[in-house]
Design a protein around this ligand. Structure first.
Ligand code: 9L3
Ligand code: MG
Length: 130
């Protein structure tokens, strides 16, 4: 069986990357991630990402490009990441997060990323440095 996809957004605004601190489940709470979540039946990854960022952060976004690569999560799930442009709204931690931070290019190591997000953030940083 193929792995189920979890989508996450590298939301950029004025050169800073948005990091979100998870409030649940207990074993992930307090760790930072690129916000997103699981696909619902019938959704494309891009549709799922736009929906998740609307639900979790209250913003309208547009996926820009897929970040090359794929990172294993818990068994049966993989993480795929898109860079995302903010179209409207100011992100707020509405659902599943209890804090947000905008990280400048030299601040990407300042938060305790989820293990699986660490290589994804490195890939994102590599893209934006090009
Ligand atoms: N996950 C890991 N890194 C991320 C995201 C968005 C999600 N950047 C993991 C955490 C959960 C699973 O994927 O185990 C599903 O995510 P969610 O639907 O709880 O956000
Ligand atoms: Mg989520």
């Amino acid at each position: 069986m193929s792995d189920r996809v979890v989508v996450a957004g590298a939301v950029y605004d004025r050169g800073r990357l948005l990091a979100a601190r998870r409030s649940a489940p207990e074993e992930l709470a307090g760790r930072w991630e690129l916000p997103g979540g699981k696909l619902e039946p019938g959704e494309s990854p891009e549709q799922a990402l736009v929906r998740e960022l609307r639900e979790e952060l209250g913003v309208e976004t547009e996926p820009v490009e897929r970040v090359p690569g794929e990172w294993p999560l818990k068994p049966g799930y993989v993480l795929r990441v898109w860079t995302v442009r903010l179209l409207s709204g100011e992100p707020r931690p509405l659902e599943d997060h209890d804090a947000l931070r905008w990280l400048g290019p030299h601040e990407l190591d300042d938060v305790d990323w989820l293990d699986q997000d660490r290589p994804a953030v490195a890939a994102v940083a590599g893209l934006s440095a090009e």
